[in-house]
Design a protein around this ligand. Structure first.
Ligand SMILES: Cc1ncc(C[n+]2csc(CCOP(=O)(O)OP(=O)(O)O)c2C)c(N)n1
Length: 608
């Protein structure tokens, strides 16, 4: 049968922001603006919610001001920014919290080296796990790496603190982390903007004792890093970043970041110590603040980071006894906590609404090219090590075809381990997307070949980083600014790694996909199937002629329902006690998958 035509790409021409005095900006837009105003010349990121828009916005500033790139992963992004800093220009690397884990090796070392041009890492945490695999707190990492961490509370501070971070970076010879959170990154506020501060490049500073971390030189740097920590702490004692808002002396609140806004709403009259930098701490000011009030409560999202530090100073503070350690904080949660602490009267019980919203679990799109390989994997009874991307949704009903998912790029290594454990007789398969393969999937594939693992890898190539909103990567052949670039040929790359058995299959060709996956899992050694079809949403929304069910022919076998297609729904017509199926023409994109699996051939194109 005829399969639908391949996708075409759209032109995503960058536009340049105007220059009024105040702009409505999200936290992420404000971080980008702050970096641009600070004179940043090089910026790099790997996408990840909630940080993605920082680099998307950097790419909207003029090319002559700033070079901006999508890097292949967060470590590469950091290394690019570090390289620019070595060359004496201001640089930015942006990532989500888990990206810090990927970049950790470089960050831990550059913490010793310090900077030449100012170096800022914009890191966005995700309390509440809206779109992540965990909810780690970057402040703990900042302490581990001995890097100052600034925590803006609103969009204006996102701009101001980012600008300031560059001055601090150069003044104290340290990379600086600007930490945002989902709520702040994605909330819009009016922001007073400034002009770009052009900075003469400093030129490369030849100083191997500082720039080359061999053991002898690293040993010299470590005490310098500890002394630097003291100097930044001293600076924060008097800096505007540390704000003491005098109020009621019965209770003092120490807070930072988005939590400050909740404190202002829940307890407007309190004495507040707002820490613009949560690491290192202005210890003297904190001690004076604690002495000025009768009771101190630390209000912070996620870990008891400030609370633990202040306790270690020998000061009696409370915090996580009343404020949750998991999830996103809110004014309501804080009010409840403060009521438990006896600081506020108990809030009235929440009204018991009778209307319940219908749960809407995340689903793959109508026509998603990831569906068929997972159906085929179920048919061969595979043990599937999954990865992170839209396709992780294949874990839920009705596909239910993924057994494990750890972190980006883990699938192939996990599959090697499962195969070497040799603990069950099922085929061992790894599934991962094109962006994830380029991010962290190549070294484990080399490992699998090198160590002669008996696994199958399904590379789900939808030609885009779909999960984070459709960013380009080296497999799309376009850069962040939409310029044409060399396009990685996955098949050639995989063969060069040493994989002998490689097949590229149209993801919409159901029969061919089933047959190929069956052959792949029978192969002894590493086999790779490239499931190849562009995403239906990016870079352009695909919309072909929709299909319809000819109800008379439908035997309600519901084979099509296994596709998990949101365009398919049960109708009020029945066949032998089961609902027949209908197609929502508005949602159908004409992918033809249901036509291919229908045993009674009752699905036809809607007549135009
Ligand atoms: C270390 C890390 N960086 C970034 C992310 C955010 N993220 C999750 S999946 C993904 C890539 C998805 O692209 P791809 O593998 O091509 O699959 P698709 O969503 O297109 O199906 C990204 C960037 C993350 N979860 N972890």
């Amino acid at each position: 049968m005829e399969l639908p035509e391949r996708n075409v790409t759209s032109d995503t021409a960058a536009h340049v922001l105007p220059e009024p005095e105040a702009l409505p900006l999200t936290g992420n837009e404000a971080i980008a603006r702050g970096a641009w105003e600070a004179g940043v010349r090089v910026a790099a990121a790997y996408p990840g919610t909630p940080s993605t828009e920082i680099m998307e916005n950097m790419g909207r500033y003029p090319r002559e001001d700033v070079y901006a790139e999508w890097s292949t992963n967060e470590k590469v992004a950091c290394d690019v920014a570090i390289g620019a800093s070595f060359s004496g220009v201001r640089a930015l690397a942006a990532m989500k919290h888990v990206g810090v884990n990927v970049a950790a090796d470089s960050i831990m070392s550059v913490a010793y080296i310090g900077v030449n041009g100012g170096l800022v890492l914009a890191v966005c945490d995700d309390p509440g796990i809206h779109s992540s695999q965990n909810e780690q707190d970057t402040r703990l990492f900042a302490k581990w790496a001995r890097l100052p961490v600034l925590e803006p509370s609103d969009a204006q501070e996102s701009l101001d603190y980012t600008r300031l971070a560059y001055d601090l970076s150069e003044r104290f010879d340290t990379p600086v982390i600007v930490r945002s959170t989902t709520r702040l990154s994605h909330t819009t506020g009016m922001v007073r903007v400034g002009r770009r501060q052009e900075r003469p490049a400093r030129g490369f500073q030849e100083d191997p004792h500082k720039n080359v971390m061999i053991p002898a030189y690293a040993r010299e740097r470590h005490p310098i890093v500890l002394a630097r920590e003291q100097q930044v702490s001293m600076y924060l004692e008097s800096a505007e970043l540390t704000r003491w808002e005098r109020g009621d002396e019965a209770v003092g609140i120490i807070t930072s970041g988005a939590a400050y806004c909740y404190v202002k709403e829940a307890l407007p009259g309190a004495s507040i110590l707002k820490l613009g930098a949560s690491y290192p701490l202005p210890r003297q000011t904190i001690a004076e603040f604690c002495a000025s009030v009768r009771r101190v409560i630390v209000v912070e999202e996620l870990e008891p980071f400030i609370e633990t530090e202040v306790r270690a100073m020998g000061l009696a503070v409370e915090g996580k006894a009343f404020v949750p350690r998991t999830g996103e904080l809110s004014t309501e949660l804080l009010r409840r906590g403060l009521a438990e602490a006896g600081v506020l009267a108990a809030p009235p019980p929440a009204p018991a609404y009778r209307i319940k919203s219908t749960p809407r679990p995340p689903i793959l799109c109508a026509g998603c090219p990831h569906v068929v390989p997972f159906m085929a994997l179920r048919a061969v009874n595979a043990r599937v090590a999954g990865d992170i991307g839209c396709y992780t949704l294949a874990v839920i009903d009705p596909l239910k075809a993924i057994d494990t998912t750890v972190a980006m790029g883990c699938s192939i290594g996990n599959a090697v381990g499962m195969a070497k454990a040799n603990a069950e007789a099922r085929p061992i398969v790894a599934t991962l997307g094109d962006s994830t393969f380029l991010h962290a999937g190549i070294p484990p594939l080399i490992d699998a070949v090198y160590n002669q693992a008996n696994i199958t890898v399904i590379l789900l190539d939808n030609h885009v980083t779909a999960m984070t909103g459709g960013q380009d990567h080296p497999g799309t052949g376009r850069t962040l600014r939409g310029d044409p670039a060399h396009q990685v040929d996955f098949e050639t790359l995989i063969r060069a790694i040493g994989v002998k058995w490689v097949r590229k299959i149209d993801s919409y060709d159901v029969g061919h996909m089933y047959q190929t996956i069956r052959e792949a899992v029978e192969y002894k050694g590493v086999s790779v199937v490239i499931s190849d079809r562009p995403c239906v949403l990016d870079p352009v929304k695909i919309r072909g002629t929709p299909y319809q069910v000819q109800a008379a022919g439908c035997t309600a076998c519901q084979a099509c329902m296994n596709l998990a297609c949101p365009a398919l729904a049960w109708t009020d017509e029945w066949f032998e006690g089961r609902h027949k199926v209908g197609i929502n023409a508005e949602a159908c994109i004409g992918c033809s998958l249901c036509v291919q699996v229908c045993p009674t051939d009752c699905i036809r194109l809607v007549a135009s």
